[in-house]
Design a protein around this ligand. Structure first.
Ligand code: ZN
Length: 345
């Protein structure tokens, strides 16, 4: 191998631009030589100087290099082959940019590297939110009618559950725990070998059934995204704008992610009230294999009434289940057609 001359290019009063970093990536993909891109320094940096990371770990296609050698590492072996996985780093003290091996960077810079990596992740996340904000805004506008339907249905169902809990304290917990212990599977016939039935909608009776706060968060996020994000550049590490972008970006993407979750939760819960489901529960009691001495549901119009007796005592409740409640909840086809995944991380 010919003698390598180490070079220092003190050309960066500021960090290199995203275009520069992009060009560097393309150069690596074409040559396997991160250190030969324009203005990349190869001298050893001072150990105690500040270091700012400009890229994630990049696997260098070393097979493209002359002889297929590894990349020399400015930190530990500036003149001989060393690494395959490196990162671009900015050294403001020397106004220089280097590609450093990731394994020894950790050792070389110690906690400075850990901190630099933490800041890099925050920057990368902010940059991603800034880049996708227009798409997030458009998506939120298009899903708003669906989110409003979810909120209306979720609010109603939460009220129904509160009514049941007030009229029949302990019923929800008793039913949920018993069926949960059976994996929702109940026997509905005494005929030997008869198939068991999987009870629908038990999530309605789970102790954590409170869809409204999450739905209100989605609504709040959909309003928030209408506002633009503040001006931001990667140098703004400690600025308020970084905090604001992280908070609002996470809220927006979290909201988009929870739309299908909430639709599935409500769609599942409402199915408890399907007549067939209620009938199966009555049949279960009739077989004698349930914990109930009696269990009956009376459906008339929109009203659903339940009377249950068990060793826990007698429970009776009655709620109105609005006819349009089921159709308010978006179907899984409707959710799929929202194409939410194109926004996700
Ligand atoms: Zn090294």
């Amino acid at each position: 191998m010919s003698e390598i001359e180490l070079q220092l290019f003190p050309k960066f009063d500021r960090r290199p631009s995203p275009e520069f970093i992009d060009g560097w990536r393309k150069h690596i993909a074409a040559t396997g030589s991160p250190e030969t891109y324009i203005d990349i320094s190869t001298t050893k940096p001072p150990r105690d100087g500040p270091v700012i990371l400009l890229s994630e770990d990049i696997h260098v296609p070393t097979a493209l290099r002359l002889g297929g050698d590894r990349v020399p590492c400015p930190l530990c072996s500036p003149k001989s082959p060393k690494f395959e996985n490196g990162r671009l780093a900015y050294f403001p003290q020397e106004s220089a940019v280097r590609c450093i091996g990731i394994t020894c960077a950790r050792k070389f810079f110690g906690s400075d590297y850990t901190e630099a990596d933490r800041l890099f992740r925050i920057e990368a996340e902010c940059a991603a939110y800034v880049a996708k904000w227009p798409a997030v805004q458009a998506k939120m506008r298009s899903v708003e009618p669906i989110v409003q339907r979810l909120l209306a249905a979720g609010t109603k169902m939460e009220q129904m559950r509160l009514i049941i809990d007030a009229q029949a304290p302990g019923f929800a917990k008793f039913l949920f725990n018993d069926l949960n212990a059976r994996d929702m599977l109940i026997v509905t016939s005494r005929t030997p070998g008869a198939r068991s039935y999987e009870v629908k909608g038990l999530s309605f009776f789970s102790s954590g059934f409170d869809p409204r706060p999450t739905l209100e968060k989605i609504i709040a996020a959909s309003r928030d995204v209408r506002k633009p994000l503040p001006n931001w550049s990667p140098e703004d590490n400690h600025a308020d704008s970084t905090k604001e972008i992280m908070r609002r970006g996470r809220a927006a993407l979290g909201a988009i992610e929870s739309i299908p979750v909430m639709a599935e939760l409500l769609g599942g819960a409402i199915s408890f009230f399907e007549r067939m489901n209620l009938r199966k529960l009555e049949q279960w009691m009739e077989t004698g294999s349930s914990p109930f001495a009696s269990l009956s549901f009376k459906v008339s119009g929109q009203s659903v009434q339940a009377i249950a007796t068990s060793f826990e005592g007698r429970h009776e409740w009655s709620v109105m289940v609005p006819e349009n409640l089921g159709s308010q909840i978006p179907t899984s086809d409707e959710i799929v057609s929202l194409n939410l995944s194109e926004i996700q991380k």
